[in-house]
Design a protein. Structure first.
Length: 366
């Protein structure tokens, strides 16, 4: 009988370079703080750290799963670990976990062929599919039954500003905490739907800005280190459970239109039958009725309170492509140009890129 397939951990610290180290899970549970992680990294480097991991053959070797950094590095890894262990047993193939500190770090790992499968959303998923050789196999669902979530703007109770009008009228006097440029709810949607229509560019108009995860931006406002922050409904619910006292200090002053849920993507070089096997595992996860399905449902609940996954394809990213296109056009319209011909040329390029993206997502690209 084949031995049970376990989950290994691949941890990356991305600054100017990428230093991947493969760790055994019993070790990993002992290290909860960055200082310890750095010491562990140094020890492995002294023993001969690996160079950048070359692309693994899709027919063999572990599946390297990249995690969107929604909380801390260790927290994100711990949340996904049980599901990926079940996936490894189902496929009879090891799964390694790549938990990173930023959207850009994960994007670069995908670009370097260091990720075979990933949990991504919005612009990051869009780029992975249209530029990085990935394909969508599933989309997450939540218990509220809604087909998406909403971007939020948060302020602190009793803070220097407590209303949306106050934020929009004096951004230059306020400290902003926001997500990275590839974050849909942390940057793209609030920039597009709220700030740019009022001629406010988030990255230039505020007194200062802090860029981090949704958890970090909420904490920044709750602790008085920022005056206003972007966030989203899904992550704020999770924040409420983890930091109840800090949550009570926050006020929601704006929410966006509905944003489609995140996707699971994988390398399109995997054989179709293998992709279907992964898709079936995800679609059936937590669906077994009665006590037999309870452990999987418990995993999903701890994993951002998900209800499960539904099969999906690249067309599920069409709303993300539309959002990115709208933001690019709005940014071009608001920018200063030497002449109108330059603006028109930029807009034409934006439209051409959008047409190419939609062609890829609909499966019509050559």
């Amino acid at each position: 009988m084949a031995q049970p397939v376990g989950v290994t951990m691949q941890w990356m610290l991305l600054t100017r370079s990428v230093f991947p180290c493969r760790l055994q899970l019993p070790w990993l549970h002992q290290w909860r703080h960055w200082g310890a992680a750095v010491l562990l990294l140094a020890a492995h480097m002294a023993a001969g750290a690996q160079a950048l991991v070359p692309p693994a053959g899709v027919q063999e070797g572990p599946i390297r799963f990249g995690i969107l950094p929604l909380g801390g590095v260790f927290e994100s890894r711990n949340d996904w670990e049980p599901l990926l262990a079940d996936l490894a047993r189902t496929l009879n193939r090891p799964v390694s976990v790549l938990s990173v500190t930023s959207y850009d770090a994960l994007d670069q790992a995908i670009k370097r062929n260091q990720v075979d499968m990933a949990f991504l959303s919005g612009k990051l998923a869009l780029d992975a599919v249209t530029q990085r050789g990935m394909t969508v196999v599933a989309q997450v669902t939540r218990h509220d039954g809604l087909p998406g979530y909403r971007s939020l703007l948060l302020v602190r109770k009793g803070g220097v500003v407590t209303t949306l009008e106050g934020v929009l009228s004096q951004p230059e006097n306020l400290r902003l905490a926001r997500g990275e440029a590839k974050s849909v709810s942390g940057f793209i949607v609030p920039q597009l739907q709220l700030f740019l229509p009022g001629n406010i560019a988030m990255e230039t108009r505020f007194k200062s800005e802090f860029i981090g995860t949704h958890q970090a931006t909420a904490l920044a406002v709750a602790n008085g280190e920022a005056d206003v922050a972007t966030n989203n409904t899904a992550d704020l619910e999770r924040f409420k459970l983890q930091f109840p006292s800090e949550y009570e200090r926050l006020i929601i002053i704006w929410q966006s239109d509905l944003i489609p849920h995140a996707q699971i993507v994988m390398r399109k070089q995997y054989p179709p039958e293998f992709q279907k096997k992964v898709q079936a595992f995800l679609a059936n996860y937590g669906r077994t009725p009665g006590p037999r399905g309870d452990p999987e449902r418990a995993v999903l609940k701890s994993l951002h309170d998900l209800a499960g996954f539904v099969p999906a394809d690249n067309a599920s990213l069409l709303p993300a492509a539309k959002l990115a296109h709208q933001l690019a056009r709005q940014s071009a319209m608001n920018a200063q140009w030497v002449n109108e011909e330059s603006r028109a040329a930029r807009l034409a390029k934006v439209d051409a890129e959008y047409a190419q993206q939609t062609s890829v997502l609909r499966g019509n690209a050559p």
